[in-house]
Design a protein around this ligand. Sequence first.
Ligand code: SDX
Length: 415
Amino acid sequence: MTNKAKLSYDGKEYEFDVLEGTRGPKVINMSSLYSQTGMFALDEGLTSTATCKSEITYINGEAGELRHRGYEIEWLAENKTFLDVVHLLLYKELPSKERLDAFRYELKKRSFIHEGMHKLFDAFPDDAHPMAIMQASVAALSTFYPDHLNMDKHEDYMEMAARIIAKIPTIAASAYRYKHGYPMAYPNLDRGFTENFLYMLRTYPYDHVELRPIEVKALDTVFMLHADHEQNASTSVVRSVGSTHAHPYSCISSAIGALWGHAHGGANEGVIRMLEMIATPDRVDEFIKRAKDKNDPFRLMGFGHRVYKNFDPRAKVLKKLRDQLVDEIGIDANFMKVAQRIEDIALNDEYFVSRGLYPNVDFHSGLILKALGIPNEMFAVLFVIGRIPGWISQLVEQKEAPLKIVRPRQLYVGK
Ligand code: SDX
């Protein structure tokens, strides 16, 4: 089987190497295209372009398959916790019970934030969006931990990783509490990673915090399902910013900005706002019509995906969890009816089926977060908490390979 691809143009022939990975489509190595032909390749939105080699996450859009270092997401969601997957992404293996306990302790030790950060939260207006506070706060972390500004040694990566993973939930909870004028909550070291976040969101002085195991498990699963997802838009930003040798807090802060867009991580908040806007099942048809209308900017939030054209495996896991939660903690019945009607129509409508538009991870996570009493504006923040380990693992993987600055070219169409 030839491992060369030929391109013929204007009477000339050019040859390019074809590379094969361990799973998924082969790639044509186009890095010599310009030097051989004097032409660039154009691929707006990078729909057909692999920007790197990676061992971390594999997704197969046609098969609805998602694996982290070989483990299927369905198996991980059934048998492991979010911290197990964090360890798998960062350290390339699932942890033993002892290792997991040690890893959890390492994170707990780092879950506090510098008291100076509180002045930062104070500076924001009450109606500041928590994602803006998150992005600013992570960038500000670099001023409190300058020793991570060059990142030359592997052990520095892991220390940086532990710090950011551990501090993000505390920053997220602090952003929420300051915005609502609640007193500052500190991490409670007797609680697990996910339970602690829910505790910091809900705790109130002199008040017993109710945290049902089903709620902690549901949130832990939501975090896990968001942990990493190949070269999505925000991960591509991490790699691009990391390629300039920018410090890790700058890379993660940039990724938070990319994730905030409603076409990406802002979609789960968008789903709930869409359900609120539609309000009743009998209005669903009107909005389906609008979603299909090219002249109408309205899109069906939580539907469609650049890679998954049959189903998003994460959506399947979350749908099962959502149905379980309906009985155990109750999900807004009207939201459920509207969501169910949207699914029933869209899954049988030629417009959506022909374009491979199916419910994605955000369609169900929005309903689950609503059921957990998470405020709408915090949904994307929870996506950040879940995705941090993926961003950091991809940044570390990039740093461990020869680093070339990401600098694409263009087709100039100006004067
Ligand atoms: C995430 O990449 C990742 O891995 C992302 C993510 C991750 O874990 O990191 O999985 C997380 O971001 C999930 C996606 C969340 N976004 C949404 O739910 C927002 C709604 N979805 C769309 O914006 C859209 O589907 C995207 C952005 C998700 C995907 O867009 P693509 O792949 O660029 O596809 P496209 O915009 O070219 O659409 C193809 C066609 C178009 O119609 P035609 O021009 O062919 O006639 O499908 C239509 C689009 O108009 N279309 C939709 C639609 N999504 C696509 N029409 C109505 N409603 C939608 N939601």
